[in-house]
Design a binder for this molecule. Structure first.
Ligand SMILES: *Cc1c(COP(=O)(O)O)cnc(C)c1O
Length: 451
């Protein structure tokens, strides 16, 4: 078939999410209580999350049914198209076939509402009135605002102050969907006040914003907290991406040789690859699977595999993951969504067992890929997504050098229309390629919790 796009009908929307915990070579490592070092129980998480999500977090069931109201919300933009990148293939003069799953077509412009909609639904069901969260550049905040508005919940977003001031349009988007957006640190929480007393002019950080959002949820019965990546239930919700892609590749008559996604906390990557990785773990197929990260925040390629905190403030549970240390502050690269010190435990466990690979790229290189993609395929990708595009290009060129055909599939996790300032900086030659800050990482790794 010579199609450019492979569409599914709304009735093809998956009826269940896929939970890879059922097929792991070894059972997932449990999260530990930050105070006692003992495995967490459901009650430890109850102040922060609705029970349905806690159950999914700990579930070993392979298939988790998607409630009909969530499928109805998904149908606003799902199923998303799978594109064949014919003009990019031609530009590269490669015998490889390149496909991309277009998650940029959601209203907030990324894969993130796949979990935001699910989380808002379960909170509504269990009587939550308000959801608090943090956001850096605003992608997660806008996805959650879209979802809470859909289900009639209030949304309180702590947005890292420097982004609040420098990136006003994502804030406008959140406010359009009815969210309250507070620059963090703020005087609305004790943790925010404490930081402001020390340093009134601080730019803020994701770690501080997490502490504020968690504090509000812990102190208010009607408020729960929500996280947009890393956690098992978030990755599970994202598998609608890979399940649809499987059906679309079947229609195209192709099987993937290589699957690629950019990795920040790991959710869009997992969403695309886990349904295929499940088959690989069960010996039914053997595609290569590649996670792509920035050289400036090289969690998988340079981090160590250990129990660490999810946040700077040491409020979250300890999880076993590749980490650069919970107080590692990466350089201010423009792929803000990939500046996280840790990585989803389910992704890490598959990396350490050798079921997947990882590569890292500098930011000038990925913007070059982004511009090539925009000039061939038309879509302007998010800087995060451009990491996956660069890896797909490298695979296609390797196939050309080897004179072999290869089916390459990557996740187009989001568009870059709110990131044009970063494109400007690239065109002005103002982007710095940060060498991996070895000394800083070593310093942070010294502070890993001793168990
Ligand atoms: C948030 C974001 C990412 C990184 O988060 P993951 O959980 O690793 O997927 C990647 N791409 C886009 C477009 C994002 O908004």
């Amino acid at each position: 078939m010579d199609s450019n796009k492979i569409f599914l009908s709304e009735s093809d929307l998956p009826k269940s999410w896929y939970n890879i915990a059922a097929d792991m070579l070894e059972p997932p490592n449990p999260p530990l209580h930050p105070g006692t070092g003992q495995p967490l129980g459901p009650d430890d998480l109850a102040p922060l999350f609705p029970m349905a999500l806690i159950a999914q977090e700990m579930s070993a069931e392979r298939w988790i049914e998607i409630p009909e109201p969530i499928r109805e919300a998904y149908r606003i933009w799902r199923p998303t198209p799978l594109h064949r990148a014919r003009r990019l293939e031609k530009h590269l003069d490669t015998p490889a076939k390149i496909y991309y799953k277009n998650e940029s077509v959601s209203p907030p412009g990324s894969h993130k509402p796949n979990t935001a909609i699910a989380q808002a639904f379960y909170n509504k069901e269990e009587g939550t009135k308000r959801i608090s969260t943090e956001t850096g550049a605003g992608q997660w905040g806008s996805a959650l605002s879209f979802a809470t508005n859909y289900f009639g919940l209030e949304c309180l977003v702590y947005m890292v102050r420097v982004s609040y001031e420098q990136k006003p349009y994502r804030r406008s988007l959140m406010q359009t969907w009815g969210a309250s957006v507070i620059p963090s640190p703020s005087d609305s929480t004790d943790s925010g006040k404490a930081i402001l007393e020390q340093d009134p002019d601080t730019l803020g950080s994701l770690g501080i914003a997490i502490s504020e959002a968690v504090e509000v949820a812990a102190k208010n019965d009607d408020t729960k907290y929500s996280l947009g990546s890393v956690l098992n239930h978030v990755l599970t919700h994202q598998t609608v991406v890979g399940l649809e892609t499987k059906k679309q590749l079947e229609i195209a008559g192709d099987e993937p040789d290589v699957l690629i996604g950019c990795v920040g906390g790991g959710s869009n990557f997992a969403g695309l690859v886990f349904p295929f990785l499940g088959d690989k773990l069960q010996g039914r197929s053997n595609p290569r699977i590649i996670g792509v990260e920035p050289t400036a925040c090289p969690t998988l390629t340079k981090g160590i595999y250990a129990y660490d905190f999810g946040d700077t403030g040491q409020l979250t549970p300890l999880v076993k993951m590749y980490t650069l240390g919970h107080d590692f502050v990466p350089p201010g690269i423009h792929a803000g969504g990939l500046r996280y010190h840790g990585m989803a435990p389910l992704v890490c466990q598959n990396y350490v067992s050798g079921s997947m690979e990882a590569v890292a790229y500098h930011q000038n290189k990925i913007f070059e890929a982004a511009v090539t993609f925009a000039r061939t395929e038309g879509i302007v990708p998010a800087p995060e997504t451009a990491h996956a595009i660069q890896a797909a290009i490298d695979e296609a060129l390797a196939a050309k050098a080897a004179g072999e055909s290869r089916v390459i599939v990557f996740n187009l996790s989001g568009h870059g229309y709110f990131d044009l300032g970063a494109y400007d900086a690239y065109f002005d030659g103002a982007l710095e390629d940060y060498e991996y800050p070895e000394a800083k990482i070593q310093e942070s790794l010294k502070k890993l919790p001793q168990l």
